[in-house]
Design a protein. Structure first.
Length: 315
């Protein structure tokens, strides 16, 4: 793996989940130390994991639950299973609100569904919840319909709501996958064919430019002994972000002050603790070829060094 090629999303995902063997994981961390695009992909993966973790578990549709209960009841009737009485679905759905029905009220109080002139004549295209769907039969939402009475284009609101979290999660995965595809094509140096279009990469806004360093939040309690260990062990696989909008302006200002003092450019800033005290662990390349790193442990409030800057190794 060289600087001209990059790891794909599958390898980075296995690294984040701890599924790689020790040798492969070490190679990936070494590459992440010098490759900004792969680091950004790893940060995107962390963002997708947060979206999926926040997505609520979808509930089973009422129609599916009823079919399962009916199948189990038939099995029990045949002597295969010994089940208790099934739930009273009429009672469970009693509080379910009736869907909005469009139309006009007749003199006798019945609801006359509203049709457009062109579609009413043909008898097709009925997709709303009219009188023929609910008021005439008295069925509640989710109840089983006899064959041939459900219009092909009709979809219940409950089913649409049940599928929305899955659609949102799939959309997030597609966005990250498309970003990885375009990044891989550009990294290989090959021009896309005339018939192939690449998705435009989101560019940082002018008011909040991307940071030149990665900001992580490991919440790790560092010690002087840890600073003598290979820093890639602590910072190599930590998810982070270069979005200036998600970083405290005081932290950004402090990092710039430390860079001015050391005459070096930081590449990783960890918001964590040092011996139980809140601290910023600022890593800057002293000698990138030799993987030598200067580490500043700074008080985030006063922007003063908690301990004397040390020179450590990335690997």
């Amino acid at each position: 793996m060289t600087g001209d090629t990059h790891y794909d999303l599958e390898i980075l995902a296995e690294l984040a989940e701890g599924l790689l063997d020790a040798a492969t994981a070490e190679q990936v961390r070494e590459h992440l130390a010098v490759c900004d695009p792969c680091g950004e992909l790893l940060a995107d993966l962390a963002a997708v994991r947060e979206v999926l973790a926040a997505t609520p578990t979808p509930a089973m549709p009422m129609g599916v639950a009823m079919r399962i209960d009916q199948a189990l009841a038939r099995e029990a009737a045949g002597g295969g299973l010994d089940l208790l009485d099934g739930p009273d679905w009429e009672e469970l759905t009693r509080q379910t609100p009736e869907p909005v029905r469009l139309g006009t009220a007749a003199d006798d109080g019945d609801l006359v569904p509203a049709y457009s002139s062109g579609r009413a004549a043909s008898g097709h295209g009925y997709s709303g919840h009219g009188a023929s769907g609910h008021s005439g039969s008295g069925r509640r939402p989710g109840a089983r319909r006899p064959a041939g009475q459900r219009p092909p284009a009709q979809r219940s609101p409950g089913r649409r709501r049940w599928g929305m979290p899955l659609v949102a999660a799939a959309a997030a995965a597609v966005v990250v996958g498309a970003a990885g595809l375009s990044t891989g094509l550009l990294a290989d140096g090959s021009d896309p064919s005339p018939g192939r279009s690449l998705l435009a990469q989101p560019q940082p806004s002018a008011s909040q430019p991307a940071l030149s360093y990665m900001v992580t939040d490991t919440d790790y309690n560092w010690s002087s002994q840890d600073l003598k260990q290979p820093l890639s062990t602590f910072l190599g696989a930590a998810p982070g972000s270069k979005d200036a909008g998600g970083v405290d302006p005081k932290v950004s200002a402090c990092v710039e002050r430390v860079a001015a003092r050391s005459k070096l450019r930081p590449f990783t800033v960890d918001q964590s603790e040092f011996n139980g005290q809140e601290a910023l662990i600022i890593a800057s390349w002293k000698d990138k070829t030799a993987l030598r790193v200067r580490v500043d442990v700074v008080d985030p409030f006063k922007c003063k060094n908690i301990v004397k800057p040390t020179l450590g190794n990335w690997k």
